[in-house]
Design a protein around this ligand. Structure first.
Ligand code: ZN
Length: 265
């Protein structure tokens, strides 16, 4: 397990070289973290983010970024990845128009070696690798990947970002977030408090545990053992297509099966 302090200088050196290697009109716009930071939910997952400094409120930089990850979780098949992470729920303005544009354009632009994943709530264009023993070789290893991904994708993102270069007022921002909450997480029109959990995207921890037990801790599609692996609770009929969070619409999946299923039934 590498530490954030070990990783950081090599990521900073990499980013310095990425900015120089990219076309200047792209490179000059990019900013990065000053260090690796710990993921909000996993204390063994470290992230080094790169984002567009013109990003104001179109999308928070936490949710619209190029990210180098160090994944120290035992379930992870490799300890490194580099990806574009684009949370499609959290876009602040013109969400549907932007997502439609991105869905249409990004699969064809995905560079060789990267995998395009359309998830229920995000677009993920990812390359996985193992960190080299000698971390000083990291910039050489990753530079071509950064340049191929950012130079392919960023020309599509730039006009979207530039269209919204003024910041939303706090009140406008709250209004967008409130509306987004209703659309993204709970089906509209549900008033009965007894039934709200069925119509809410998130799954209660007790339901999660019961479901895993019911499926004998195995992936519902491929049978992989989920006691060690990362798992997802899948809505069999996707939540975005009206599926509920009732037990009969839920199944545990391993990460590969969940990614392969995407937003399909
Ligand atoms: Zn599986």
């Amino acid at each position: 397990m590498l530490t954030k302090a070990e990783l950081t200088p090599h990521a900073l050196e990499l980013f310095r070289r990425v900015k120089l290697a990219l076309p200047v009109e792209i490179g000059q716009r990019l900013s990065s973290n000053r260090l690796f930071v710990t993921h909000g939910s996993y204390n063994n997952l470290f992230l080094f983010d790169v984002w567009d400094s013109n990003q104001t409120d179109v999308l928070d930089r936490q949710h619209f970024k190029y990210c180098l990850g160090h994944d120290g979780r035992p379930s992870s098949p490799t300890n490194g990845y580099f990806h574009l992470w684009l949370n499609t729920i959290r876009i602040y303005r013109e969400r549907e128009a932007i997502v439609t544009t991105l869905d249409k354009k990004l699969p064809a632009l995905t560079p060789k070696g990267f995998t395009f994943n359309r998830l229920d709530r995000a677009i993920d264009i990812k390359w996985s690798f193992d960190y080299p023993r000698n971390l000083a070789t990291l910039p050489d290893l990753l530079l071509p990947r950064y340049v191929s991904l950012i130079s392919a994708i960023h020309p599509v993102l730039m006009p979207i970002i530039d269209q919204f270069s003024t910041r939303l007022a706090p009140g406008e921002r709250r209004a967008v977030v409130a509306k987004r909450g209703r659309i993204g997480f709970t089906h509209p029109g549900i008033r009965d408090p007894e039934r709200v959990s069925e119509y809410t995207r998130s799954i209660r921890p007790s339901d999660r545990a019961a479901l895993l037990k019911q499926f004998r801790y195995r992936c519902a599609l491929c049978g992989a053992d989920l006691r060690e692996a990362r798992h997802h609770i899948d809505h069999i009929k996707p939540f975005s297509k009206g599926g509920t969070s009732k037990r009969e619409n839920l199944q545990p999946l391993c990460e590969p099966c969940n990614l392969a299923k995407g937003n399909r039934e």
